[in-house]
Design a binder for this molecule. Structure first.
Ligand SMILES: [Zn+2]
Length: 60
């Protein structure tokens, strides 16, 4: 039996600081920074990345 867990591979996020929208990997293993203002968008936790930006939409 495999538990079905809804996890999106990619998410589109909007930077809290400059509003730049960017698609990032939902389980990023490295810190993802905004290419425009260098604000941290996501930090790795070992599982799903902790997002520091607003999720605009999820992409499967
Ligand atoms: Zn930014």
């Amino acid at each position: 039996m495999s538990a079905k867990k809804e996890t999106s591979t990619f998410v589109k996020v909007k930077c809290n600081d400059c509003g730049n929208e960017q698609v990032i990997f939902g389980k990023a293993s490295t810190t993802v920074k905004c290419p425009v203002c260098s604000s941290t968008l996501a930090t790795p936790t070992g599982g799903a990345a902790k997002l520091n930006a607003k999720v605009v939409r999820k992409i499967k």
